[in-house]
Each structure stands twice: as structure tokens, then as C-alpha cells.
Design a protein around this ligand. Structure first.
Ligand SMILES: NC(=O)c1ccc[n+]([C@@H]2O[C@H](COP(=O)([O-])OP(=O)(O)OC[C@H]3O[C@@H](n4cnc5c(N)ncnc54)[C@H](OP(=O)(O)O)[C@@H]3O)[C@@H](O)[C@H]2O)c1
Length: 290
């Protein structure tokens, strides 16, 4: 039975894995967040895993505040890069396979077709830069790893675009939402499900060799405007969504204009069936409402 350590498990993705874990047979989970296990401390990590025989580590911990990272570079680097180096070393020392989550922000956002895993990276802000540094540290230290880059994560947990739009749409009659940034939303529930499927896949294939970097989001392409409009429809909100341009919406960190991820590799290697972003909004809203 695969024994799995989850770090940063009180966040969006970690919470979704926790929910699925209770319905999953054949996998054993230990859920931790910074209070139980601070991934920036190599000593705490070694002490925690000692004699526990973990086979997999899912790292959901990260510094995810993209704007704040611009002013708090050191903390962002400590959590997104240095701590990932700690996890890489821990994995080597304890024969653990790390599954680490990264981001579409490693790309410049100036592309015009879905990014494959081999395409050159060029992160534009501190968040993307430190996440890429974390990826590189993991690749260099621990050969048997899985890195999953994802985008526009939402869930019933924590703060995210869907929850913000849902609440604003209830209170307001009109809203302006950015139309010139294109990407794909990812329902954290679907990503969590796929991560568990990936572990099951690796676990039952003793000759598994396809370690490395993968891309995952829901299927399809949209702007934040499209996403916000669908949220209002799914929620039956009577709020008109108007378009605004990125230049009219000031924020500290530069956002990619185009960050659609090509998912051919992950679908092929792990035989995943990925739902379209449009059909998953109601599922999340129903969970929030109930
Ligand atoms: N959110 C997105 O739109 C998005 C998009 C693309 C990729 N990703 C990536 O997807 C992954 C999951 O994102 P998410 O949205 O689920 O993140 P999240 O909700 O921000 O959760 C991250 C969790 O990590 C915890 N954490 C922070 N520092 C830690 C430490 N030193 N040790 C242990 N835990 C620590 C956080 O605690 P505190 O809350 O107390 O800090 C939080 O519970 C991340 O790698 C992120 O970079 C996210």
C-alpha cells in the first residue's frame, strides 16, 4: 500500500487531495501544513519522515501570492525554491518519489499556441522565477521526480478567482473583467484526482521510467472575462460582465498574456481523461453553496 506524505495540505490543492483521500482505497496519506511540517527546515523534514516509510511526497506548499512576491522576494524564494531543494534531498535520502506542483508563470506569456513541456521558459515575475528555480533544483538533485505545471487553480477552498467572482456577482449588477489574458482554468478537484491516478499508475508499474515534467489544466481556452461570464451564468447571478484590458488594471506583478498549457504528454503517459473547463464550474459552485 503506497504511503504518501502531503505538504502544504491546508491550501486549495491539498484540501482537494484530503477530500479524495477519504474515498480512496489502497493509498495511505499523512497530511501536513506549515504548523506540523515546515518545508523550509531540512531538520524538521528529516525528523518527520524518519521510520515512516513514505514512498511518495506530494508538495502542495508554495508562496502563491503573485503580487506580494514582488515585494517579499526572500520569503517567496525560501518557500518556492530553497524548500524544494530540501524536499529533493529528503526524497533522495529516503527513497521517496516527489510530486511537485509548478505553474504556467514559468513562461513569458508571449506565445500563441499551447506551451509544451520542452518549450523555453522565461518567467516575468518573482513568483514565476522562484517557482522555476524550485523546478530546476528538484530536476538537478532528484532524477525520479514528477513536476506538474498547472494554471488558474480554483476550488471551494481558500481564495481564488471563482470564489471572488461568485461573491461580487451576487452583490453587483456590473463588473469589469480582463479580456486580453488567455489561459485555462484548473479545477483543483480534477488535478487532485489526476495526481492520485498518476501515483497509482507509477505504483503498479515497476518499470516506470517516464519521470519528468508534465502540464495539466482543464481542457479548452478562455479569457478571464469568459471565465467570469460562465461563473455568473452557472450561479444564476444577475450581473453583467464587461471587458477591460490589462493596461487598465494595475497590479504589481506582470501577468502572462497567453499561458495555455499543452496536455498531450500527461494524457498519453497516464491515460487521463480531462474535462473541459466550462463543464466543471457548476460542480465547484454546488459544493460551495451546499
Ligand atoms: N493558485 C493558483 O492559481 C495556481 C496556479 C498555478 C500553479 N499553482 C501551484 O499549485 C500549487 C498549489 O497551489 P494552491 O493554490 O493550492 O496553494 P495555496 O492554497 O496557497 O496553498 C499553499 C499552502 O502551503 C502552505 N505553506 C506555505 N509555506 C509553507 C511552508 N514553509 N511549509 C509548509 N506549508 C507551507 C500555505 O500555508 P499559509 O496559507 O499559512 O501560507 C498553504 O496552506 C502551488 O505549487 C502553486 O504554486 C497555483
Amino acid at each position: 500500500m503506497a504511503n504518501i506524505l502531503v505538504t502544504g495540505s491546508n491550501g486549495q490543492l491539498g484540501s482537494e487531495i484530503r477530500e479524495l483521500a477519504s474515498k480512496t482505497v489502497g493509498l495511505t496519506f499523512t497530511f501536513t501544513d506549515i504548523k506540523e511540517l515546515d518545508i523550509t527546515s531540512p531538520e524538521a523534514l528529516s525528523k518527520f519522515v524518519k521510520d515512516k516509510n513514505f514512498r511518495y511526497l506530494i508538495n502542495c506548499a508554495a508562496y502563491t501570492n503573485v503580487d506580494k512576491a514582488e515585494e517579499d522576494k526572500d520569503t517567496a524564494r525560501l518557500i518556492n525554491a530553497t524548500a524544494v531543494k530540501n524536499l529533493a534531498q529528503l526524497s533522495i535520502d529516503n527513497n521517496i518519489i516527489p510530486i511537485h506542483i509548478s505553474t504556467d508563470y514559468v513562461f513569458s506569456g508571449e506565445g500563441f499556441k499551447p506551451y509544451t513541456e520542452n518549450e523555453s521558459t522565461d518567467p516575468q515575475g518573482i513568483y514565476g522565477k522562484t517557482k522555476f528555480e524550485g523546478e530546476e533544483l528538484l530536476r538537478n538533485i532528484c532524477q525520479k521526480h514528477i513536476i506538474i505545471r498547472t494554471s488558474w487553480l480554483y476550488s471551494p477552498f481558500g481564495k481564488n478567482f471563482l470564489k471572488t467572482m461568485l461573491n461580487l456577482g451576487r452583490d453587483k449588477t456590473e463588473l469589469g473583467v480582463i479580456v486580453d489574458q488567455i489561459g485555462t482554468p484548473t479545477y483543483a478537484h480534477d488535478l487532485a484526482f489526476s495526481i492520485l491516478k498518476i501515483i497509482e499508475n507509477i505504483d503498479k508499474n515497476k518499470d516506470f521510467k517516464d519521470y519528468g515534467t508534465y502540464h495539466y489544466s482543464n481542457e479548452g481556452v478562455c479569457s478571464w472575462f469568459d471565465f467570469a461570464s460562465e461563473i455568473q451564468i452557472a450561479a444564476n447571478n444577475n450581473c453583467k460582465i464587461n471587458t477591460i484590458e490589462s493596461k487598465d488594471f494595475e497590479c504589481l506583478a506582470k501577468r502572462p498574456y497567453y499561458s495555455v498549457l499543452n496536455k498531450s504528454k500527461i494524457k498519453h503517459i497516464f491515460d487521463l481523461d480531462i474535462p473541459h473547463w466550462r463543464v466543471r464550474i457548476s460542480h465547484c459552485i454546488n459544493r460551495i453553496i451546499s
